[in-house]
Design a protein. Structure first.
Lengths: 277, 244, 233
């Protein structure tokens, strides 16, 4: 009776756990990427195209840029696809990445409440706008998570001549979360927030938020991709990972990126061929 | 039921048996012999050590002094089906009556067919056929005790220890249990039963062990004990006087 | 208004039978049930052994396990993440960002509940059964099968509590599973993702589906135990 019961248990276990554990297709790679590429729906558009062509399944783990690079550093991903050039170059310089390739850009937009307490709506100068926010002590939500957007935001404060670490007060709220969470928080608190345009366009819970500042050249947001160095992490799927990197910068991949639109609006602008991007 | 032809584990010789816990002596210097056949009634007031003596003999508890000697080494431990025990409050597993009978047989490693045959026989003999599929814990007190007797009987033990099996039962149920014990006796089974019911002891016992305050006061045949008790304590007990 | 939209989103999801959605539901159910089963296979005997064994430090072990019932999922996830990362001791398994890692994480969360409650149930039953089982020669660990079987209804409740903890959990599976679309995305991580995308009605709708699923599983378990109890007392 006991053996029958344990057999039954073992059988149940196999039927339940079996498929979960064994559901590993022949070919897949793990890409660590940012919340912006994921949340904007770009991967949902690109990956089926890539899989149809190569048969390689791409598993995307989306994190902040800093975290995504750390995932690559530990060897838990085959490819890193992020947007913070300085951090990317450091990553390659340390020998964790093989070669950074520019893929595309979009831009950041400064989102704010319709009431616009800092009086900056329509401005094309991000530095002046940030100065106004700081002077008026208008509520501002910072990602605070070492993401690409976070490091871009910190760069912009510096550009505006503000040492945010010293001058920040209760009006400056670091939430340590992803883009979507930051937008939700800004909406709830009627605060300003820096967002990438892709996430903003696909964001559904806008409520009282709108774009206040856009179009400044300094809001430019470049994405780069790199294979994790197989010399550091021998298990990295070099061939398949490289195939993905190469496809992204190929004519075909670049065309696919430019074709991704939300509400007729293009989200990402391929620029793999542009020198120095 | 046919008794085994193999060598008997009886008699059981108990010598200088004692049990103390936390510095308190509960049983002291008990010496007697449990012969083969018949019912030995263990008499005494509450707290005289009757239940403890049964548990020591059955091997549920290890004595702190003295020795127990079965005629065969096999008798030494409980669970070898040579001797069984029935408790004052029947311990019923959370299963059907049938499954309660099956459980000890399965634990002994009997095969399914042998178990089923033995269970069918027990259900019939103890009048439990209609209750076989009932949850044992929902049976009445008398039914539970009958089931407990049946469960002990299925093991074909030579000896059954019974700890006040009727003390929680009404007269009707008590009569049924006593009838079964008499049958066990006729079949040649040896019974050792604690009871404080003198009338019951008179009806069933062949021998008597009389305990008082953790000591064995008298070991005698039932006839001698009830008609010509040797000690003052026994006389007082039989006439219903308090002993201290 | 949000609730109206959430209810229609929930109904829409359940009616649509969208393969992506069904994949999420089936992964969530498989991961959680596997974790509960694994925790049962390990935890029931382990809890029973702790109930019956006497060894130095037993009290400490019991307190530790009781405390682990409150282990924050994020901490469990992080610990497992460091173990399973390629640079960690179990890195060569390649389990990080797979359902196997999620099952492991939920097992870690459910196990203390199963062990702690099993110990309690078995200890209480042993007090009641001790003399009978000893009389049958079923002493020590040989009493375990009987005690587990007779405690089955209380133990089923323990497993349901474990199931509840696993199915409601998001922190651990998010960290070790990576919330990969179509591969390690489960109900709770999908809810977290839709919340971050600002699609609150969809997030709440998914939450409602999860609630309905949990309700269904509990109802089935409750019904089964009632029927069983009627036949076993």
């Amino acid at each position: 009776m006991l053996t029958r019961r344990s057999l039954l248990t073992a059988g149940l276990l196999l039927t339940l756990a079996g498929p979960g554990l064994a559901q590993t297709p022949e070919r897949f790679i793990v890409v660590s990427s940012t919340t912006s590429t994921q949340d904007s729906g770009l991967f949902g558009h690109l990956l089926p195209l890539f899989k149809a062509k190569t048969g390689i399944e791409v598993r995307v783990v989306s994190q902040g840029t800093g975290q995504a690079l750390d995932t690559g550093r530990r060897g838990d991903a085959d490819v890193v696809f992020v947007h913070a050039r300085a951090q990317e170059e450091k990553f390659v310089g340390e020998g964790f990445g093989v070669e950074r390739k520019p893929v595309m850009y979009n831009d950041f937009v400064l989102i704010g409440p319709k009431s616009d307490p800092a009086g900056i709506r329509g401005s094309k100068d991000i530095a002046t706008a940030l100065k106004a926010i700081q002077e008026k002590q208008a509520a501002f939500v910072s990602r605070g998570d070492r993401s690409g957007t976070h490091s871009a935001e910190l760069g912009l404060w510096k550009l505006a001549g503000i040492e945010i670490e010293k001058t920040k007060g209760t009006w400056y709220r670091e939430i340590g979360q992803g883009m979507g969470a930051a937008l939700n928080t800004a909406g709830a608190m009627s605060a300003y927030v820096l967002a990438d345009r892709g996430t903003w366009l696909s964001f559904r819970n806008r409520g009282d938020l709108e774009i206040t500042v856009e179009g400044d050249r300094r809001l430019f947001n470049q994405y780069g991709v790199m294979l994790v160095n197989p010399a550091k992490h021998p298990h990295v799927k070099q061939a398949d990972g490289q195939a993905f990197v190469d496809w992204l910068v190929s004519t075909e991949g670049q065309k696919a990126i430019s074709e991704y639109k939300i509400g007729g609006e293009q989200l990402f602008f391929p620029n793999a061929a542009q020198p120095g991007a | 039921m046919a008794m085994r032809d193999t060598a008997s584990i009886l008699p059981l010789s108990v010598e200088g048996l004692g049990y103390a816990v936390a510095g308190k002596t509960l049983l002291e210097d008990i010496t007697f012999t449990l012969p083969r056949g018949g019912l030995t009634a263990v008499l005494g007031a509450n707290g005289s050590g009757k239940s403890l003596l049964l548990r020591l003999c059955h091997g549920l508890i290890t004595p702190t002094r003295g020795s127990l000697h079965w005629a065969l080494e096999e008798g030494r431990r409980a669970g070898r089906q040579r001797h069984a025990m029935v408790f004052q409050r029947p311990i019923m597993l959370r299963r059907s009556a049938r499954a309660n009978l099956d459980h000890p047989l399965a634990a002994l490693g009997l095969d399914r067919a042998a178990r089923q045959a033995r269970i069918a026989e027990a259900l019939e003999r103890f009048g439990l056929e209609n209750l076989a599929e009932q949850p044992a814990r929902l049976l009445s007190g008398g039914e539970q005790q009958r089931l407990a007797l049946a469960r002990a009987w299925t093991l074909t033990p030579e000896v059954i220890f019974l700890d006040e099996p009727c003390s929680q039962l009404d007269p009707g149920a008590t009569r049924q249990i006593e009838a079964m014990l008499s049958e066990f006796d006729r079949d040649g089974m040896t019974l050792m039963m604690a009871t404080h019911d003198l009338a019951q002891a008179r009806r069933l016992a062949r021998n008597v062990l009389f305990l008082n305050g953790g000591r064995l006061i008298e070991e005698a045949s039932a006839e001698t004990f009830f008609n010509k008790p040797r000690t003052d304590e026994a006389r007082a007990f039989l006439t219903g006087n308090l002993l201290w | 208004m949000e609730f109206g939209a959430a209810i229609s989103a929930a109904l829409g999801l359940m009616m649509s039978l969208d393969p992506g959605f069904l994949g999420i539901v089936s992964l969530a159910v498989r991961v959680t049930l596997s974790a509960v089963l694994l925790a049962a296979v390990i935890g029931l005997p382990l809890g029973a052994m702790i109930a019956l064994a006497r060894f130095p430090g037993r009290t400490f072990v019991i307190i530790l396990i009781n405390a682990l019932m409150g282990l924050p999922p994020v901490v469990a996830g992080l610990g497992l993440f460091l173990l399973l990362s390629r640079t960690g001791p179990l890195g060569p398994l390649g389990w990080l960002f797979t359902p196997a890692a999620m099952i492991a994480a939920q097992t870690v969360l459910v196990l203390p509940i199963v062990v702690a409650l099993t110990r309690q149930v078995v200890e209480d039953l042993w007090l009641e059964y001790r003399e009978h089982l000893t009389s049958m020669g079923l002493t020590g660990f040989r009493a375990i099968p009987t005690l587990l079987w007779d405690g089955r209804f209380s133990l089923a409740t323990a497993l349901l509590a474990g199931f509840g903890r696993a199915s409601a959990e998001v922190g651990a599976v998010l960290i070790v599973g990576g919330n990969i679309a179509g591969y390690t995305r489960t109900m709770t991580t999908a809810i977290a993702l839709e919340t971050s995308k600002g699609d609150l009605p969809l997030a709440l709708g998914l939450g409602m589906v999860l609630l309905v699923l949990t309700l269904a599983i509990n109802a089935v378990a409750y019904g089964a135990s009632r029927i069983g109890a009627r036949f076993a007392g």
